[in-house]
Design a protein around this ligand. Sequence first.
Ligand code: F6R
Length: 366
Amino acid sequence: EKAGFDHFMLKEIHEQPKAYRDTMGSRLSADGRSVVLNELNMSKEDIQAISRIHIVACGTAYHAGLIGKNVIEKLARIPVETDVASEYRYRTPIITKDTLVIVVSQSGETADTLAALREAKRCGARVLAITNVVGSSAAREADDVITTWAGPEIAVASTKAYTSQLIAFYLLGLYLAQTLGTVSADEIAETIAGLRKLPEQVEAILKDSSAIESYAKQIAEHEDLFFIGRGLDYAVALEGSLKLKEISYIHSEAYAAGELKHGTLALIEEGIPVIALAIQSDLFEKTVSNIKEVKARGANVFGIAAEGEEELAKSVDQVFYVPKTLDLLSPALSVVPLQLLSYYASLALGHDVDKPRNLAKSVTVE
Ligand code: F6R
């Protein structure tokens, strides 16, 4: 049932190209110029009436929601807030009839996420669920559903469900943009072309994970480390840090690279591992200057960059390249080495990769 892999997590990491293809599936028009989301019951007028969007989720799904905020705001120019579901209801959020609340849940059964969904409906908002389980509570109770076709996820640590949620956000962002006319037809076509390339680009990353494996053995000897990045890279850093904590039990913190010098830089000392994401081309130079700040204080920096950014090698101790894509789509590639890093670190430490201590796959208590 593990199809020749040692653990479900590794199998599921390797299933991502298929999960991307299945989630995009028939939702991209044959001519590659538009997104088709027939499952949405929203008319053009309904979409035009949306004045704000709230994305609500827990854990890894929340991290997908942080990227979703970025994608929707960039493409559709609708203001978006992303909230942790266990916090959302208690901060008296402003939920009006023209608010679209998007709940993101692999299982569709997470207690806090369902409570947020019900609160949103009680306030008269329209609710869209992004879920991996057809017929789940979230799918049944929401007004609209986008199913992520990742297939069953057995490992407690979410991998292919997260990346499929990213694909769902790209599709939704493009769909809203093409409906509202906020992005040119050519830019939509260019983004769709980028989406279509992602599965083979993930396959290319998965072909050789030996550099990640050997770096995982190095970090397994440390008790603390940092992930840094800006923008979308920061959102991916948060997910990489959660994954590492969850299955390797190594403490780590993800930091917005430009924020380090406002306090956290005090923790950077000789030899501390820092995993630096510098994928987005528009933020590359800014991130490199933050990398230099930690290098100057003795950090051991593992850089992750897009192919073609060869000069990063001069500023870091080791570098891992991911294939080049549009900045907006880069999280769907850059998270893969981080998933592998946490997997191999957990393995090196002899932990139960698929069933980490204290955790359950589906959290049905608040
Ligand atoms: C981490 C992980 C959790 C879940 C969270 C929400 O790897 O899997 O953080 O993402 O418990 O679960 P769902 O998506 O089922 O609502």
